[in-house]
Design a protein around this ligand. Structure first.
Ligand code: NAG
Ligand code: NAG
Length: 175
């Protein structure tokens, strides 16, 4: 799968894509949340034309967290949103903890967010929040390996095997 991703990146390099930006974000505490976490905010801010920043904060109410799993699923808009390319379930604690985590889509995504978040330490998670702060997509820094279009990336967080929250991030790529 990573090979496929790498190939897309190479192909895209040649097509001079011009724009990558967030268009919407939705944050949902799932019915199975069970008082585990609570979103404090979840929003986009248009800072200037084509520069849209994502900020969100979720408070964790049951510390420490020793077991976190994440599903990353990508959708492409074509008559509604259809599953596209990635649907990956991975051990979030392992990703956060490993210096040499395999090259993969999840690593690409979280490496990209890292500088604008507190996704920078491993489990047990003792900080009572997770946050993303003023994170903007930049096509010059991250050439998302996808054709032009509108996409949705779903982040589902599970703690102890139970789905707790869903963050849906919408973005658009123009060539
Ligand atoms: C993690 O990120 C937070 C928020 O940006 C920062 O305060 C903290 O120093 C960082 N910790 C590590 C281990 O990099
Ligand atoms: C996390 O918890 C679930 C449910 O109890 C379990 O199936 C899974 O193996 C745990 N993961 C780790 C890495 O311990």
């Amino acid at each position: 799968m990573w090979l496929q991703l790498g190939l897309w990146m190479l192909l895209n390099e040649a097509t001079h894509a011009r724009l990558l930006k967030f268009t919407n974000v939705k944050c949902l505490e799932l019915p199975t949340n069970g008082g585990f976490c609570r979103y404090d905010y979840c929003r986009l801010k248009v800072v200037r034309r084509n520069h849209v920043e994502l900020s969100l904060k979720v408070t964790l109410l049951e510390l420490p967290v020793t077991n976190l799993t994440t599903r990353l699923q990508c959708f492409q808009r074509r008559d509604g949103y259809r599953p596209f390319l990635y649907n990956i379930l991975f051990d979030f604690c392992k990703l956060m903890g490993a210096r040499k985590y395999q090259l993969s889509f999840e690593r690409f995504v979280f490496d990209t967010i890292r500088q604008h978040s507190n996704f920078n330490h491993t489990c047990p998670w003792t900080e009572n929040y997770m946050m993303v702060d003023k994170f903007a997509l930049d096509i010059n820094k991250m050439n998302m390996p996808v054709p032009p279009g509108v996409y949705r990336l779903d982040f589902t967080f599970y703690a102890y095997g139970i789905a707790r929250s869903l963050t849906q991030v919408y973005f658009e790529k123009l060539d």
